[in-house]
Design a protein around this ligand. Structure first.
Ligand SMILES: [Zn+2]
Ligand SMILES: [Zn+2]
Length: 369
């Protein structure tokens, strides 16, 4: 049984005003998972791509991107990080499901096609939802866009009467900037030798989707990170442009975030298998890391951080609810058949399984079931 199934049950739920959240719009590589070349291969069956071909399977992954749903003083704002080639398909899946409509800003990590290929799709928003969308982009990536999306940068190029995305380009530097009241700090990293990409920190959340090396001056910016969202391309090794899982875990041990979610996974990353392996690291060294998946939603409020915890348990354990309790030194996962509210009144009363993990910081965690 997979607890993540419960997370799907919250689709379209409205949030209290004081809560912000992150929605994973995509967690896969540029070509998407499943790979067409795997599905059409007559000689070899790819296990992960076969699974990913089933609708709703967690191995089905589109281009890496997140959406920050941020409660600002002027209301709820939707800040998208990257709009890649499959942006339309991601939005099709998650915008209606999660009650999203506007795109109030797009922040760009770098100018590869899986990060900016969907800028053209934004025309549906600027034609039919809102007048324009501000884009926050580094100078070097803006220079690329002048070539790849010349008609969006200089609208004098378009045929009179034709409608394209109405975008306002804002150049960002490697220093903090503010988007609709949310302070965002760029996290400069290498994404291949000599090629720079940006991660971003907002609040206690750090997002680094495309990285082969972290700059020394970036590490201080990752200090006291609550949730680290980090590139992990494949299970065995790194590539020239991306961390593999072993290197990503090495960095997690160095950065010491409270919790890590990996993203940017290729078809060699079997969601269930890798997460089972990561669960063992949680037991042996208290390392709290899991793979993210498309549609994963993390709720965040000032004092309380709620998360859909993607956890695998044996089928024999007929669990209906799960509660994560954390005190100063430990985290306890409480598995119960009873209602969550009842558990709160009588912790331990209806517990059918219990697992305690050592942890260093004090924070109340709760699983939205
Ligand atoms: Zn495959
Ligand atoms: Zn890239």
């Amino acid at each position: 049984m997979r607890i993540a199934d419960y997370a799907r049950g919250v689709s379209g739920e409205e949030l209290p005003d004081d809560q912000s959240e992150i929605i994973f719009m995509g967690t896969g590589t540029s070509e998407g998972i499943p790979r067409l070349s795997c599905l059409t291969n007559p000689l070899k069956k790819c296990e992960v791509c076969s699974k990913a071909a089933e609708p709703g399977n967690v191995n089905r992954r589109l281009n890496t991107s997140i959406l920050i749903r941020y409660s600002s003083s002027s209301g709820k704002r939707h800040i998208l990080i990257d709009a890649g080639k499959f942006f339309y398909h991601s939005a099709l899946r998650w915008f209606p499901a999660y009650g999203l409509r506007t795109i109030d800003a797009v922040v760009i990590t770098h100018s590869h096609a899986d990060a900016i290929g969907g800028l053209d799709d934004l025309r549906d928003w600027t034609n039919n939802v809102q007048p324009s969308i501000p884009i926050y982009v580094a100078r070097r990536d803006f220079e690329v866009m002048k070539k790849t999306h010349y008609y969006l940068v200089d609208t004098r190029e378009i045929t009179p009467g034709a409608a394209v995305s109405a975008l306002q380009f804002n150049i960002i530097h490697e220093e903090p900037f503010t988007v609709h009241g949310l302070q965002i700090t760029p996290l400069p990293v290498w994404h291949g030798p000599g090629y720079r990409s940006l991660g971003f920190r907002f609040g206690d959340i750090c997002y680094i989707s495309d990285v082969s090396d972290i700059l020394e001056e970036t590490y201080p910016l990752l200090k006291d990170c609550e949730i680290l969202i980090l590139d992990a391309l494949r299970p065995d090794r790194s590539s020239a442009t991306h961390f593999g899982l072993p290197r990503a875990l090495e960095e997690v041990r160095k950065i010491q975030p409270k919790r890590t979610l990996f993203t940017g996974m290729m078809h060699l990353m079997d969601h269930e298998k890798v997460n089972n392996y990561l669960m063992k690291l949680m037991e042996t060294e208290g390392l709290d890391a899991q793979l993210s998946y498309d549609g994963l939603r993390i709720l965040n409020s000032q004092r309380k951080l709620s998360a859909h915890w993607d956890l695998y348990l044996p089928d024999s354990l007929k669990i209906e609810k799960i509660l994560v309790e954390e005190n100063r030194n430990s985290r306890t996962l409480l598995f119960s058949r009873e209602e969550k509210s009842k558990q709160r009144e009588q912790p331990g009363g209806n517990i059918i399984s219990k697992r305690t993990l050592s942890y260093s910081k004090s924070q109340e965690w709760d699983l939205v079931a």
